[in-house]
Design a protein around this ligand. Structure first.
Ligand SMILES: Nc1ncnc2c1ncn2[C@@H]1O[C@H](COP(=O)(O)OP(=O)(O)OP(=O)(O)O)[C@@H](O)[C@H]1O
Length: 607
């Protein structure tokens, strides 16, 4: 008996082995120095960044990047891809003899899709370069002062982080921008850069830098450039798609694939084929859809992430969102929450609402009446904000311990906010890739995390779409949460209600929200504008998703209720039609083509 007892693992040792197991899925069992990195850089990683051991993707990518091969990296969100490419570049630049100087210009270029990611990568660079003062980091991005950037480029930036539009601008117009020594081009969140409509810009950038390898490239420029300066390009993302295939094809030569699911590729090529990296790798890129099809069930979501959905009819969405937020924050289960919306207007509307709405279901002393409904610092982030406000919100959410971030998809990619515990996708993400990146803002590097997707009853097929990509969600216990709100000035729980539509708490809250909007002309105006842009964004779903998110199936009166508008849909509908007509007229006047109209207008509005 005694032996049996001692064989049985104690609760403590069970937890420990679970933790160890989790660790082994994230971290490699080697050291940074064993990967070939310089001792000082390893010290920086340990002392300044607090990194004891490399993550799995770092252990795989660092030696390959050090070897000079082109690389395509596909690894889950929050697994340390940034250091995986920065560390080998720094290693090689620091050992350069003679020491590189500012006047040598740019050696490495990191391309990122958003300004916030640009700043984030730059911050990591600054830390890593602390003891390599002769290697100069820098960034250029939309929204910043061009002449100041020109001056910095003239002085020389060794490792440059950039958004594509602004980079192209400087490549065309800043003659003092020296890039003849360029050795590395990194595409971080490669698929997103392309989805944002930067495809043409990227091709032109590759042409100017002589780093394009397909037939249409200017062979003469490319060859002279490449023979003098060995070039190494790296593409990274947690999700890959056909557009990345094209970019890989034109920018990578005999690439090493890291993190791709070799088992799934076996019918096409064996692991050995990739390992040997001969012409087979190129062959694969000639027929890339086979290995990178986004419907292969190969999207990488952190294993420990708890993913749930909540089914809510349109008219009650707002009341349910507010109730869930209140519950999460009051129970203290979440320190930081990110809520994703489909448009900039929607972010502004909900931000103002959360900052001003007070509610109590029963008579309260004066001081309690003054309390906000959701008592937590709210921040907002979207592409229509002034650059300075974007920067402030981004930094604030990084440092706050308890806060709510309301954002468009501008925060979906790459951003690394510490300790985010809960992601709410209030407006659906559309493509499954965006779902993956949005939820990837939590459960980073093995930490705990929860995500919640709002779906209307007519949108439930979206779950099947996610299933196709290997993503399964379970249902959120909404009624249990709603039942826990006391209603009549006493801490008793309301009687069990089986139906959301007749839940007294939700109905009361909805009534209060509508009264609040009615009493505040500014909020009402904002609600109407938001309603219009929300419907427009809903109508912009593409391809297969149009079948699930059908504008025709929406009840506009219920949509109005989700912005706490009491008005009859016809009233709101009129203003929507007026708005749509005006927009069409404006676009016609500006002579925008149909294609451009979609990509520019819709994207600008959405992020
Ligand atoms: N070796 C390491 N040890 C400890 N922490 C690490 C290590 N490498 C990276 N991190 C931390 O892990 C977090 C995620 O890293 P990073 O932002 O590079 O992930 P990512 O894979 O690029 O994510 P995403 O796909 O969302 O862009 C960061 O906070 C980073 O500081």
């Amino acid at each position: 008996m005694a032996t049996k007892k001692s064989e049985k693992p104690s609760k403590e040792s069970k937890t420990k082995s679970k933790e160890e197991h989790k660790e082994s899925e994230i971290f490699a069992s080697c050291s940074f120095s064993s990967l070939g990195l310089h001792a000082t850089l390893c010290d920086e990683l340990r002392e300044r960044m607090d990194f004891e051991a490399p993550t799995l993707v770092q252990a795989q990518a660092i030696p390959v990047i050090l070897s000079g091969r082109h690389v395509l990296v596909n690894a889950a969100t929050g697994t340390g891809k940034t250091v995986a490419y920065l560390a080998p570049i720094i290693h090689q630049l620091q050992e350069h003899e003679p020491r590189i100087q500012r006047s040598d210009g740019t050696f490495a270029l990191v391309l990122v899709p958003t300004r916030e990611l640009c700043m984030q990568v730059y911050e990591v660079l600054q830390k890593l370069l602390h003891r390599f003062h002769w290697i100069v980091p820098g960034y250029i991005m939309g929204g910043e002062n061009r002449s100041k950037e020109k001056a910095r480029l003239r002085k020389g930036i060794s490792i440059l982080v950039a958004t594509p539009g602004r980079l192209l601008d400087h490549l065309r117009h800043t003659s003092s921008f020296l890039h003849t020594n360029l050795r590395w081009i990194i595409f971080d969140e490669a698929d997103r850069i392309l989805e944002l409509g930067f495809g043409k810009e990227i091709e032109e950038i590759l042409d100017i830098l002589g780093s394009r390898h397909d037939a249409s490239a200017d062979k003469e420029i490319a060859e002279s450039y490449i023979s003098d300066h060995p070039r190494q390009n790296v593409l990274l993302s947690a999700t890959l798609n056909e557009k990345v295939n094209h970019l890989a094809k034109i920018s990578l030569e005999n690439p090493v694939m890291i993190g791709l699911d070799y088992k799934k590729m076996q019918p096409v090529l064996s692991f050995k084929d990739f390992g040997s990296l001969g012409s087979d790798a190129n062959y694969e890129l000639e027929h890339p859809v086979k290995m990178m099809s986004p419907s292969n069930g190969d999207f990488r979501v952190p294993a420990q992430l708890v993913q749930r959905y909540v089914k809510v009819s349109c008219g009650l969405r707002l009341a349910v969102l507010l109730s869930i937020l209140k519950d999460l924050l009051e129970r203290g289960t979440s320190q930081k929450i990110v809520v994703f919306f489909s448009t900039c207007d929607a972010v502004d509307f909900h931000y103002s609402l959360l900052s001003e709405f007070k509610f109590t279901p029963h008579p309260q002393p004066e001081e309690q009446l003054r309390q906000m409904f959701v008592g937590c610092k709210a921040l907002r982030l979207h592409g229509n904000m002034k650059q300075e406000d974007r920067r402030t919100a981004f930094q604030a959410f990084k440092t706050e311990k308890l806060a709510l971030l309301l954002s468009t998809d501008v925060a979906a990619r790459g951003l690394d906010f510490p300790k985010v515990r809960f992601i709410i996708q209030y407006d659906s993400p559309g493509e499954a890739t965006e779902y993956v990146h949005r939820v990837g803002r939590t459960a980073r590097l093995g930490e705990r995390g929860d995500s919640l997707l709002f779906l209307q009853p007519v949108e439930m097929d979206y779950l099947q779409d996610l299933e196709k990509h290997g993503i399964s969600l379970t249902e959120y216990p909404l009624l249990k949460v709603l039942d826990s709100f006391p209603l009549y000035n006493e801490k008793r729980h309301v009687k069990k209600v089986l139906d959301l539509e007749s839940h007294p708490w939700v109905l009361l809250l909805q009534k209060a929200l509508e009264a609040f909007i009615l009493a505040e002309p500014r909020m009402k105006k904002l609600a109407i504008t938001t309603f219009c842009s929300w419907v427009r964004a809903y109508a912009a779903h593409r391809g297969e998703l149009k079948r699930i998110f059908m504008v025709k199936k929406l009840h506009l009166g219920h949509v109005a209720k989700s912005f706490a508008l009491k008005e009859q849909p016809s009233l709101v509908g009129k203003s929507f039609q007026k708005e749509t007509k005006k927009r069409k007229r404006d676009e016609k006047q500006r002579g925008l083509s149909k294609k451009r109209k979609f990509s520019r207008k819709t994207l600008r509005q959405k992020i």
